[in-house]
Design a protein around this ligand. Structure first.
Ligand SMILES: [Zn+2]
Length: 147
């Protein structure tokens, strides 16, 4: 059995949860009935991946498929500066781009903080998401990972 994990992160890579994380977690436990929920302070910008759900990455400028080899090297370079600079030059069309603006399918993102909902039994409805945003006092993104 694979695990599905709903990773809730602040909208911006440098963002924080301004509201109460404990309150958001107990609300999410009630609403999604998950196996577990964890909070992680990554203490730095971290790539929030979608696990096995990542099947392709493409260029936001010209839509060409990007190779995982190119992407891996660009990620290694960015990792060396702690992901503070995500800029890259796209190999397909020579445009300037950013590693957090590539078209990841499924979506991936960068974040410092994360609430992970492991194997929820109920889906995250728009209503639940809106309530979590109000508890956390800011916009969130949800990355759906499969492991
Ligand atoms: Zn391109």
């Amino acid at each position: 059995m694979s695990d599905s994990v709903y990773r809730i992160i602040p909208e911006s890579k440098n963002g924080d949860f301004d509201g109460r994380v404990d309150k958001a977690i107990s609300y999410l436990k009630r609403k999604t009935k998950p196996e577990d929920i964890t909070f992680t302070d990554h203490e730095g910008i971290t790539f929030i991946d979608c696990g096995e759900n990542l099947t392709s990455i493409s260029c936001p400028s010209c839509n060409s498929a990007l190779s995982f080899d190119w992407w891996g090297e660009a990620m290694d370079t960015a990792f060396k500066n702690g992901f503070s600079d995500l800029s890259c030059t796209l190999p397909c069309c020579n445009q300037k781009g950013s590693l957090d603006a590539l078209k990841y399918d499924f979506p991936c993102a960068f974040a410092k903080k994360e609430i992970a909902i492991i194997n929820p039994k109920k889906p995250l409805s728009d209503k639940v998401i809106a309530k979590v945003e109000s508890i956390l006092e800011g916009k969130i993104k949800i990355i759906i990972s499969m492991y």
